[in-house]
Design a binder for this molecule. Sequence first.
Ligand SMILES: [Cu+2]
Length: 503
Amino acid sequence: MTRQMNRRQWLAGAATLASTCSFGLPALADLGAPRRLSIESANLDVNGRSAKVFRLVDDSGRPGLTLAPGERFRVMLQNRINVPSIVHWHGQTPPWTQDGFPWPQTPALAPGEAASYDFEPIAGTYWMHSHEGLQEQSLMTAPLVVQDAGASQADRQEVVLMLHDFSFRPAQELLADLTGVDGGREDETENAPAPGLDMASMRMSGMSTSDMLLKSQTSKPMAGMRAQPATKMDLNDIDYDAFLANDKTLRDPEIVRVAAGAAVRLRVINGSSSSQFWIDLGALEGLVAAVDGHDVKAISASLFPLAIAQRLDILINLPGPGAFPILACLEGSRRRTGVVLATAGAAVPHLAEEADRLARPVDNSLEDRLSALDPLSPRRPDVSARVVLSGGMKPYRWAMNTEHWPEITPLMVKHGQRVEIELVNSSMMAHPMHLHGHTFQVIGLNGRVLGGARRDTILVPPMGSARIAFDADNPGRWAFHCHNLYHMAAGMMSELRYEGIPV
Ligand SMILES: [Cu+2]
């Protein structure tokens, strides 16, 4: 495969030079070659059936990256698939030209093309995913763990739990079913229809919009939830074929070997395109130590809501020998996935893919109790914006302030300003809203003032609101969008733009 030095590499090279000059000599660890990351296609076995998926792997074939304490994010990314692609370092705050969003100035990498990245990462549990088309649904996602010097001293075994929703059907078809518009075929990973089934009959076997509405309005009250016939909340736009935990289902889950009485740091990443979960530790008690990579005052629990794209660092001290399932239960459903922490010789129980009870909708019950260890300094906002989230299933169209990407009006800010945004959800679906390039603090939920967590993704529940604040300290063009892939694809994306950035 040929490698060309492209414009982006020159940009990144210049950035390296600039940072070396302005910050003095690079650390010793930075003198070696950059880490390599490849965008590849691969086959994955899902419950006995082979699927074509994408992968983001290092030279040894491992998914994603784990950076040592203090290590810079120095990565050479190569596109080894036959369609354009670009990878976003979710939650990190690089210069905007290295954010992995396909702006006109930073287009996707052509097949065979490579790009280099060099920035100082934030320590914590992060992830990476394609920001090109619907590639994320085909598992172009991977963990990005940046180890923290303090956390690694704590001598905890690290366990990463990466969650995915999975369909054998191409994402373009799933979207076309929702919008009623044939989006055409674009992804290389499309899984061929089973013999004897043509595309039309596959589409007919898919769920109609009314089926999905029916499905979401379950007649029985969900566990822990009162029956509320007046409220029609929409959950789970897509009927997935499987839910994956580290690429496996509960039919044959990953068994993570742990020592009896081990101290574990569980890094849970919801890399799903359109699914939200309750993380269930069963009999174990866990301490939430960080959300979206940022430390919070620890909260003890055994059940934790996790919206799309969010992460949880949960500290668990195992009580002794045994097998300990860590389950992710799909909201509004009995379906679940997970891994098992097991000591040597422990009998691992069979875990059904369906729970006895429906999980209730993911909510902000944990968010309400979180507070940042490193809050923003108190300051009056220079910019106060209100963003109304709207849309629905029929037609399947989602908006921010009634605008649909790419016909949007950017939210303009100046470098150095304190910005507050009130996110108001006027729709019947939850929207996990993600702002690129910044860490915000949650300062209000449903009108209640909060000194909440610092994050990059906040859930805005149906008819609810969330207020976020951040310092405009990273000039550029930044995507601001719902992280439900299908909501984003159906318009729910906007831009935060700094004055003075040429477009
Ligand atoms: Cu949404």
